[in-house]
Design a protein. Structure first.
Length: 356
Protein backbone atom coordinates (compact mmCIF):
# COMPACT_ATOMS: atom_id res chain seq x y z
CA UNK A 1 0.00 0.00 0.00
CA UNK A 2 1.32 3.42 -0.97
CA UNK A 3 1.79 5.76 2.00
CA UNK A 4 0.54 9.27 1.15
CA UNK A 5 1.32 12.56 2.85
CA UNK A 6 -1.24 13.38 5.55
CA UNK A 7 -3.73 16.18 4.90
CA UNK A 8 -5.55 18.42 7.35
CA UNK A 9 -8.72 20.49 7.05
CA UNK A 10 -6.51 23.59 6.89
CA UNK A 11 -4.64 22.06 3.93
CA UNK A 12 -8.04 21.77 2.22
CA UNK A 13 -8.57 25.52 2.70
CA UNK A 14 -10.64 25.67 5.88
CA UNK A 15 -9.05 27.41 8.87
CA UNK A 16 -10.92 26.45 12.06
CA UNK A 17 -8.67 28.70 14.14
CA UNK A 18 -9.63 31.73 12.02
CA UNK A 19 -13.29 30.88 12.53
CA UNK A 20 -12.86 30.69 16.29
CA UNK A 21 -10.95 33.99 16.27
CA UNK A 22 -13.87 35.60 14.44
CA UNK A 23 -16.39 34.26 16.99
CA UNK A 24 -14.29 35.70 19.82
CA UNK A 25 -14.08 39.03 17.99
CA UNK A 26 -17.83 39.34 17.46
CA UNK A 27 -19.05 38.25 20.90
CA UNK A 28 -18.83 41.84 22.24
CA UNK A 29 -20.66 43.08 19.13
CA UNK A 30 -23.50 40.65 19.71
CA UNK A 31 -23.65 41.51 23.42
CA UNK A 32 -24.06 45.19 22.54
CA UNK A 33 -27.38 44.36 20.80
CA UNK A 34 -28.99 42.52 23.74
CA UNK A 35 -32.61 43.32 24.56
CA UNK A 36 -35.33 41.97 26.89
CA UNK A 37 -36.18 38.40 25.92
CA UNK A 38 -32.67 37.27 24.99
CA UNK A 39 -31.54 34.10 26.81
CA UNK A 40 -27.87 33.15 26.77
CA UNK A 41 -25.29 34.25 24.24
CA UNK A 42 -23.33 33.09 21.22
CA UNK A 43 -21.84 29.63 21.11
CA UNK A 44 -24.81 27.30 21.54
CA UNK A 45 -26.32 25.09 18.87
CA UNK A 46 -29.47 27.18 18.89
CA UNK A 47 -30.53 30.64 20.02
CA UNK A 48 -33.26 31.21 22.60
CA UNK A 49 -35.75 34.06 22.98
CA UNK A 50 -38.51 34.56 25.56
CA UNK A 51 -41.55 36.38 24.10
CA UNK A 52 -43.16 36.79 27.52
CA UNK A 53 -40.04 38.52 28.86
CA UNK A 54 -40.20 40.82 25.83
CA UNK A 55 -43.66 41.98 26.98
CA UNK A 56 -45.99 40.24 24.52
CA UNK A 57 -49.37 38.82 25.59
CA UNK A 58 -51.01 37.36 22.45
CA UNK A 59 -48.28 37.60 19.80
CA UNK A 60 -48.01 36.49 16.22
CA UNK A 61 -44.49 35.79 15.00
CA UNK A 62 -43.38 37.54 11.81
CA UNK A 63 -40.21 36.44 10.04
CA UNK A 64 -38.22 37.63 7.06
CA UNK A 65 -35.06 36.75 5.21
CA UNK A 66 -33.06 38.69 2.65
CA UNK A 67 -29.60 39.52 1.38
CA UNK A 68 -27.74 42.52 0.03
CA UNK A 69 -27.58 41.42 -3.62
CA UNK A 70 -24.82 42.62 -5.89
CA UNK A 71 -24.21 45.67 -3.75
CA UNK A 72 -21.70 43.28 -2.18
CA UNK A 73 -19.65 43.46 -5.39
CA UNK A 74 -19.35 47.22 -4.95
CA UNK A 75 -18.25 46.74 -1.33
CA UNK A 76 -15.66 44.15 -2.34
CA UNK A 77 -14.28 46.20 -5.23
CA UNK A 78 -14.25 49.39 -3.14
CA UNK A 79 -12.73 47.47 -0.18
CA UNK A 80 -15.34 48.93 2.18
CA UNK A 81 -17.01 46.26 4.29
CA UNK A 82 -18.37 48.18 7.29
CA UNK A 83 -21.79 49.21 5.97
CA UNK A 84 -23.20 46.21 4.08
CA UNK A 85 -24.08 44.60 7.41
CA UNK A 86 -26.41 47.53 8.11
CA UNK A 87 -27.96 46.91 4.68
CA UNK A 88 -28.47 43.25 5.54
CA UNK A 89 -30.35 44.02 8.75
CA UNK A 90 -32.32 46.83 7.13
CA UNK A 91 -33.60 44.69 4.29
CA UNK A 92 -35.00 42.18 6.79
CA UNK A 93 -36.33 44.38 9.60
CA UNK A 94 -37.92 46.93 7.26
CA UNK A 95 -39.83 44.05 5.71
CA UNK A 96 -41.31 42.80 8.98
CA UNK A 97 -42.11 46.19 10.53
CA UNK A 98 -44.60 46.76 7.68
CA UNK A 99 -46.78 44.11 9.31
CA UNK A 100 -46.71 46.01 12.58
CA UNK A 101 -44.06 43.72 14.07
CA UNK A 102 -41.27 44.81 16.37
CA UNK A 103 -38.09 43.02 15.25
CA UNK A 104 -36.80 40.92 18.16
CA UNK A 105 -33.80 38.94 17.03
CA UNK A 106 -31.55 38.48 14.02
CA UNK A 107 -29.28 35.77 12.65
CA UNK A 108 -26.78 36.11 9.83
CA UNK A 109 -25.10 33.77 7.36
CA UNK A 110 -21.64 34.78 6.09
CA UNK A 111 -20.09 32.58 3.40
CA UNK A 112 -16.69 32.93 1.77
CA UNK A 113 -13.98 30.92 0.05
CA UNK A 114 -11.22 31.90 2.50
CA UNK A 115 -12.06 33.58 5.77
CA UNK A 116 -10.44 36.99 6.16
CA UNK A 117 -11.08 37.82 9.80
CA UNK A 118 -10.71 41.60 9.50
CA UNK A 119 -13.15 41.87 6.59
CA UNK A 120 -15.63 39.52 8.25
CA UNK A 121 -15.45 41.43 11.53
CA UNK A 122 -16.13 44.69 9.65
CA UNK A 123 -19.19 43.15 8.04
CA UNK A 124 -20.51 41.83 11.34
CA UNK A 125 -19.84 45.14 13.08
CA UNK A 126 -22.26 46.62 10.53
CA UNK A 127 -24.78 43.89 11.31
CA UNK A 128 -24.52 44.76 15.02
CA UNK A 129 -25.01 48.45 14.22
CA UNK A 130 -28.13 47.64 12.18
CA UNK A 131 -29.47 45.57 15.05
CA UNK A 132 -28.89 48.40 17.51
CA UNK A 133 -30.69 50.83 15.20
CA UNK A 134 -33.71 48.51 15.07
CA UNK A 135 -33.71 47.41 18.75
CA UNK A 136 -33.13 43.87 17.54
CA UNK A 137 -30.76 41.38 19.18
CA UNK A 138 -28.04 39.61 17.19
CA UNK A 139 -28.34 36.19 18.83
CA UNK A 140 -26.68 33.83 16.38
CA UNK A 141 -25.39 33.13 12.92
CA UNK A 142 -23.17 30.98 10.76
CA UNK A 143 -19.78 31.54 9.17
CA UNK A 144 -19.10 29.17 6.30
CA UNK A 145 -15.65 28.84 4.76
CA UNK A 146 -16.03 26.98 1.46
CA UNK A 147 -12.91 26.82 -0.73
CA UNK A 148 -13.68 26.65 -4.43
CA UNK A 149 -17.19 28.11 -4.08
CA UNK A 150 -16.20 31.79 -4.18
CA UNK A 151 -13.53 33.83 -5.92
CA UNK A 152 -10.67 35.42 -4.00
CA UNK A 153 -11.99 38.10 -1.65
CA UNK A 154 -15.64 37.33 -2.45
CA UNK A 155 -18.26 36.64 0.19
CA UNK A 156 -22.03 36.41 0.42
CA UNK A 157 -24.50 37.43 3.11
CA UNK A 158 -27.98 36.39 4.14
CA UNK A 159 -29.99 37.57 7.10
CA UNK A 160 -32.95 36.25 9.06
CA UNK A 161 -35.12 38.44 11.31
CA UNK A 162 -37.93 37.41 13.62
CA UNK A 163 -40.37 39.85 15.18
CA UNK A 164 -43.70 39.81 16.93
CA UNK A 165 -46.94 41.75 16.80
CA UNK A 166 -49.97 41.56 19.07
CA UNK A 167 -52.70 39.75 17.17
CA UNK A 168 -55.08 42.72 17.10
CA UNK A 169 -52.41 45.11 15.76
CA UNK A 170 -51.42 43.24 12.60
CA UNK A 171 -50.93 45.35 9.46
CA UNK A 172 -52.14 46.11 6.86
CA UNK A 173 -55.56 46.90 8.24
CA UNK A 174 -58.58 45.80 6.19
CA UNK A 175 -60.12 49.29 6.12
CA UNK A 176 -57.77 50.88 3.56
CA UNK A 177 -60.08 52.67 1.15
CA UNK A 178 -60.41 55.42 -1.45
CA UNK A 179 -59.68 58.80 0.10
CA UNK A 180 -56.84 57.55 2.30
CA UNK A 181 -53.50 59.26 1.77
CA UNK A 182 -49.92 58.05 1.45
CA UNK A 183 -46.94 59.49 3.29
CA UNK A 184 -43.47 58.93 1.87
CA UNK A 185 -40.42 58.52 4.11
CA UNK A 186 -37.23 59.56 2.35
CA UNK A 187 -34.60 56.97 1.49
CA UNK A 188 -30.91 57.39 2.20
CA UNK A 189 -29.99 56.55 -1.40
CA UNK A 190 -30.17 53.48 -3.61
CA UNK A 191 -30.53 51.22 -0.54
CA UNK A 192 -29.91 47.59 -1.64
CA UNK A 193 -31.88 47.07 -4.83
CA UNK A 194 -31.03 47.54 -8.47
CA UNK A 195 -27.27 47.20 -8.10
CA UNK A 196 -26.90 44.93 -11.11
CA UNK A 197 -28.13 47.90 -13.16
CA UNK A 198 -26.06 50.37 -11.11
CA UNK A 199 -22.88 48.36 -11.72
CA UNK A 200 -23.67 48.09 -15.43
CA UNK A 201 -24.07 51.89 -15.65
CA UNK A 202 -20.78 52.38 -13.78
CA UNK A 203 -18.99 50.01 -16.18
CA UNK A 204 -20.61 51.52 -19.29
CA UNK A 205 -19.34 54.95 -18.25
CA UNK A 206 -15.82 53.63 -17.46
CA UNK A 207 -16.01 54.91 -13.88
CA UNK A 208 -13.92 53.84 -10.90
CA UNK A 209 -15.23 53.41 -7.37
CA UNK A 210 -12.27 55.28 -5.89
CA UNK A 211 -12.88 58.43 -7.96
CA UNK A 212 -15.33 61.23 -7.01
CA UNK A 213 -18.98 60.37 -7.56
CA UNK A 214 -20.48 62.20 -10.58
CA UNK A 215 -23.46 63.15 -8.41
CA UNK A 216 -21.49 64.03 -5.24
CA UNK A 217 -17.98 65.43 -5.65
CA UNK A 218 -17.39 65.33 -1.88
CA UNK A 219 -17.32 61.51 -1.81
CA UNK A 220 -15.85 58.68 -3.79
CA UNK A 221 -18.27 56.78 -6.02
CA UNK A 222 -17.91 53.60 -3.98
CA UNK A 223 -18.52 55.38 -0.69
CA UNK A 224 -21.56 57.20 -2.07
CA UNK A 225 -23.15 54.07 -3.56
CA UNK A 226 -22.51 52.15 -0.33
CA UNK A 227 -24.56 54.57 1.77
CA UNK A 228 -26.44 52.05 3.94
CA UNK A 229 -30.14 51.35 3.68
CA UNK A 230 -32.16 53.47 6.08
CA UNK A 231 -33.78 51.54 8.92
CA UNK A 232 -37.34 52.71 9.60
CA UNK A 233 -38.20 50.51 12.57
CA UNK A 234 -38.17 53.05 15.41
CA UNK A 235 -40.08 55.73 13.51
CA UNK A 236 -42.67 53.34 12.12
CA UNK A 237 -43.20 51.63 15.46
CA UNK A 238 -43.71 55.06 17.06
CA UNK A 239 -46.33 55.88 14.40
CA UNK A 240 -48.04 52.53 14.88
CA UNK A 241 -48.22 53.00 18.65
CA UNK A 242 -49.62 56.51 18.17
CA UNK A 243 -52.47 55.11 16.06
CA UNK A 244 -53.82 55.76 12.59
CA UNK A 245 -51.40 53.69 10.52
CA UNK A 246 -53.40 51.51 8.14
CA UNK A 247 -50.55 50.07 6.12
CA UNK A 248 -46.84 50.29 5.37
CA UNK A 249 -44.92 49.37 2.22
CA UNK A 250 -41.15 48.88 2.18
CA UNK A 251 -39.87 50.04 -1.22
CA UNK A 252 -37.41 47.35 -2.27
CA UNK A 253 -37.08 45.27 -5.45
CA UNK A 254 -39.96 46.23 -7.73
CA UNK A 255 -39.71 49.87 -6.73
CA UNK A 256 -42.74 52.01 -6.04
CA UNK A 257 -45.10 50.57 -8.61
CA UNK A 258 -44.80 46.95 -7.48
CA UNK A 259 -44.44 47.33 -3.71
CA UNK A 260 -47.20 49.77 -2.78
CA UNK A 261 -50.00 47.53 -4.19
CA UNK A 262 -48.81 44.67 -1.95
CA UNK A 263 -50.52 46.32 1.06
CA UNK A 264 -53.69 47.49 -0.73
CA UNK A 265 -56.97 45.63 -1.14
CA UNK A 266 -58.31 44.94 -4.62
CA UNK A 267 -60.13 47.77 -6.40
CA UNK A 268 -57.70 50.33 -4.99
CA UNK A 269 -55.21 52.43 -6.96
CA UNK A 270 -52.35 54.27 -5.29
CA UNK A 271 -51.82 57.49 -7.23
CA UNK A 272 -48.45 59.05 -6.40
CA UNK A 273 -47.27 62.49 -7.51
CA UNK A 274 -43.53 62.61 -8.20
CA UNK A 275 -43.64 66.41 -7.81
CA UNK A 276 -44.28 66.04 -4.07
CA UNK A 277 -40.84 64.74 -3.12
CA UNK A 278 -37.22 65.44 -4.01
CA UNK A 279 -35.45 62.99 -6.31
CA UNK A 280 -31.95 62.47 -4.83
CA UNK A 281 -29.07 63.28 -7.22
CA UNK A 282 -27.93 59.64 -7.44
CA UNK A 283 -31.20 58.67 -9.16
CA UNK A 284 -31.11 61.56 -11.61
CA UNK A 285 -27.56 60.52 -12.50
CA UNK A 286 -28.54 56.87 -12.95
CA UNK A 287 -31.43 57.86 -15.22
CA UNK A 288 -29.26 60.11 -17.36
CA UNK A 289 -25.99 58.12 -17.42
CA UNK A 290 -27.82 54.87 -18.10
CA UNK A 291 -30.60 56.22 -20.28
CA UNK A 292 -32.97 54.34 -17.98
CA UNK A 293 -36.65 54.77 -18.95
CA UNK A 294 -38.85 56.36 -16.30
CA UNK A 295 -40.99 53.23 -15.94
CA UNK A 296 -37.87 51.13 -15.32
CA UNK A 297 -36.69 53.67 -12.73
CA UNK A 298 -39.97 53.33 -10.83
CA UNK A 299 -39.82 49.51 -10.92
CA UNK A 300 -36.12 49.13 -10.14
CA UNK A 301 -35.26 51.82 -7.58
CA UNK A 302 -36.93 53.48 -4.60
CA UNK A 303 -36.44 56.87 -6.34
CA UNK A 304 -36.07 58.65 -3.01
CA UNK A 305 -38.90 56.99 -1.04
CA UNK A 306 -37.87 54.08 1.15
CA UNK A 307 -41.12 53.51 3.03
CA UNK A 308 -44.74 54.42 2.28
CA UNK A 309 -47.35 54.80 5.03
CA UNK A 310 -51.11 54.66 4.38
CA UNK A 311 -53.49 56.51 6.70
CA UNK A 312 -56.82 58.34 6.75
CA UNK A 313 -56.60 61.90 5.47
CA UNK A 314 -57.52 63.25 8.91
CA UNK A 315 -54.55 61.52 10.53
CA UNK A 316 -51.95 62.62 7.96
CA UNK A 317 -50.69 65.86 9.50
CA UNK A 318 -50.38 64.38 12.98
CA UNK A 319 -48.39 61.43 11.65
CA UNK A 320 -46.19 63.68 9.50
CA UNK A 321 -45.28 65.73 12.57
CA UNK A 322 -44.62 62.60 14.63
CA UNK A 323 -42.41 61.05 11.94
CA UNK A 324 -40.44 64.29 11.59
CA UNK A 325 -39.83 64.29 15.34
CA UNK A 326 -38.49 60.77 14.86
CA UNK A 327 -35.93 62.12 12.39
CA UNK A 328 -37.65 61.21 9.15
CA UNK A 329 -37.95 63.40 6.06
CA UNK A 330 -41.59 62.86 5.18
CA UNK A 331 -44.18 64.27 2.79
CA UNK A 332 -47.69 63.49 1.63
CA UNK A 333 -47.01 61.88 -1.74
CA UNK A 334 -50.34 60.54 -2.95
CA UNK A 335 -53.85 59.29 -2.40
CA UNK A 336 -55.81 56.05 -2.67
CA UNK A 337 -58.43 56.06 -5.41
CA UNK A 338 -61.13 53.58 -6.35
CA UNK A 339 -60.03 51.14 -9.03
CA UNK A 340 -61.42 48.20 -10.95
CA UNK A 341 -59.60 44.92 -10.39
CA UNK A 342 -56.26 44.18 -8.77
CA UNK A 343 -54.54 46.78 -6.62
CA UNK A 344 -52.20 49.03 -8.60
CA UNK A 345 -49.87 52.02 -8.29
CA UNK A 346 -49.44 54.92 -10.73
CA UNK A 347 -46.70 57.55 -10.50
CA UNK A 348 -47.77 60.85 -12.08
CA UNK A 349 -45.35 63.60 -13.23
CA UNK A 350 -42.36 61.26 -13.14
CA UNK A 351 -41.22 62.06 -16.68
CA UNK A 352 -41.16 65.78 -15.99
CA UNK A 353 -39.65 65.57 -12.47
CA UNK A 354 -37.05 62.89 -13.09
CA UNK A 355 -35.96 64.03 -16.55
CA UNK A 356 -36.01 67.77 -15.91
Amino acid sequence: MTVRNSLTYKDAGVDIDAGEALVDAIKPLAKSTSRPGVIGGLGGFGALFDLKAAGFKDPLLVSGTDGVGTKLKVAIEAKRHDTVGIDLVAMCVNDIVVQGAQPLFFLDYYATGKLEVDAARAVISGIAEGCRQSDCALIGGETAEMPGMYGEGDYDLAGFAVGAVERDQLLPRPDITAGDVMLGLASSGVHSNGFSLVRKIVAANSLSYDKPAPFDATRGLGEALLTPTRIYVRSCMAAIRDGGVKGLAHITGGGLVDNVPRVLPDNCVARLDAATWRLPPVFKWLAEAGGVPVHDMSRTFNCGIGMVLVCAAGDAQRLIELLRRQGETVAQIGRIEAGDGDAACVVDNAERQWRG
